[in-house]
Design a binder for this molecule. Sequence first.
Ligand SMILES: [Zn+2]
Length: 267
Amino acid sequence: MSIHDPHLTVRPVRAFADNYIWLIDSPRRPGFVVAVDPGEAAPVLEELRRSGASLAAILLTHHHPDHIGGVAELLRHAAGAAPIPVIGPEDARIPTLTRAVHAECLELPDLGLSFETLPIPGHTLSHIAFWGHGALFCGDTLFSAGCGRMFEGTPIQMNASLNTLRALPPETRVFCGHEYTAANLRFALAVEPLNGAALEYQGSVQRLRAAGEPSLPSTLGLEIQVNPFLRCDQAVVARSAEAHAGKRLDGPAEVFGVLRAWKDGFR
Ligand SMILES: [Zn+2]
């Protein structure tokens, strides 16, 4: 299965219980792919064998083992071929990194790819996203209808990071690190029971998942309509967070903090 856009073809590779490793086909070098967040090597190697493709580069959004755990084995497998750059945030917890990026334009000219790298702290402090060709690879910061847990950052940092992503063009395709959409929508509808776009999206996600298909990619335009964590400035979301907290909240970052804590305990 492939997801086509005018510039990029991106394939999901499933890993662990609900991770996606995204394989981006090089628009310039047919048969070469870039892997985003390969937490496991085996399913990537299987897809490379199946499709006859070769790995040309690895992009990493953050240091968690379910996003970087397959890198060393993929590099061992490719030994002898051209060296494979491993590109991600500067972080001592990513020992396999060969090139650190922060806020810059990452050019991979041989592959015909270029991405803006966006620092988006919150889930982890060094978390980055890759944005280019109308696609966003955002790891565990933005999920469809939800967002990642704040393991290292503060609500102010995480809310600012989500605002950075929200400001990208609405047609941007959103490639997240996990298939959490259905569970996230249950929470989104607890926050906003009358959100018609979220109700409609829940129906289409249920159909896709029943057919064994990923719910991703989403689009930013859709996320802005359905994702409560991108809607902290909306009065209806603020009222719901205030009702949950039992007190007045002062601005979107406080609303975000209440929503994130509410979701942490939500079943
Ligand atoms: Zn993570």
